[in-house]
Design a protein around this ligand. Sequence first.
Ligand code: SF4
Length: 371
Amino acid sequence: MRFIDEFRDPELAQVLAGQILARVEPGRHYKVMEVCGGHTHSIYKYGIDDLLPANVELVHGPGCPVCVIPMGRVDDGIALAHREGVIFTCFGDMLRVPGSHGTLLDAKADGADVRMVYSPLDALRIAKANPERTVVFFAIGFETTAPSTALTLRRAKAERVRNFLCMCNHVTIVPPLRALLESPDLRLDGFIGPGHVCTIVGARPFHFIPADYGRPVVIAGFEPLDVLQAIEMLLAQLAEDRCEVENQYSRVVPPDGNLRALEVLAEVFELRPHFEWRGLGFISHSALRLTEAYRELDAEAYFDVPGVRVADPKACQCGEVLKGVIKPWECKVFGTACTPDHAIGTCMVSPEGACAAYYNFGRLAREREFV
Ligand code: SF4
């Protein structure tokens, strides 16, 4: 298939692996963070880790939208789902994210009308088909998915759909990256930049990483050759003492992003003063809420949302995984008490979660020989 097969060519992968090997200095350890959960998924699905020299270590970042939703927001969603007359809609992954007393699937089993949708437009269609009910869409995701929520809200407003509300949990990627870079206990040599987010926001928002923190960034696509080439480009910057933002995914990511998407985002959303991230705590200006012009469609303005704050379970180390401090298999409950069928933490729920990627693709090699 065009644009797929040529980016999965095993012979070209071996060529890139050879170029990567030629780039590394023996005796030096390289630590590269892939920001996006989509990259984590590709890395373990295609065994990219196994093609790298042992002194090139990939660590996982905070870019999995399901993984970063805190338990309190799940509890708030479940509280709305149990309201009289509400149809609660969300993406499939979200149904299995544990709150403090269960998941949205458990709420459905208890009688709440919880429905899985594939897009916010599906939720709007449900609202139009059920004018006597109130339909809440639980919106999650980074800048990648926020435009589709924004366009749906714009349409709901234009068509005067009175029974459609959005509980907005959209987050933005730059503030958690800045928080990670400020952390004294994390040593990183560079970043594989989030290709999907950059399709919307472009490369410019990431220039602070080389400028303020002296780390290179290569924005990358999600096929195996994309990821390998991005690693080679990062190692080339390090070898040549360069430090900049490069765009490996130029076939999709325009330098300034998608201006029409940015325009609708600015119309519908504004930054929240702060938002709680699973395992990372409160981060300033790291999430979106509806602007005043769209307040009538805001579930948090319409309902008295409890605003629950719940500490993560003691056994859960999702925060350490999301910060790249530990590998999934270093969590004490990985693969025993916490599995995709019975997740304790969020990183085991979504296929983009690092724990689920490790578990599903069996990439459990914990040590490799140091070159
Ligand atoms: S194994 Fe489970 S609890 Fe541990 S970090 Fe992963 S998802 Fe969180």
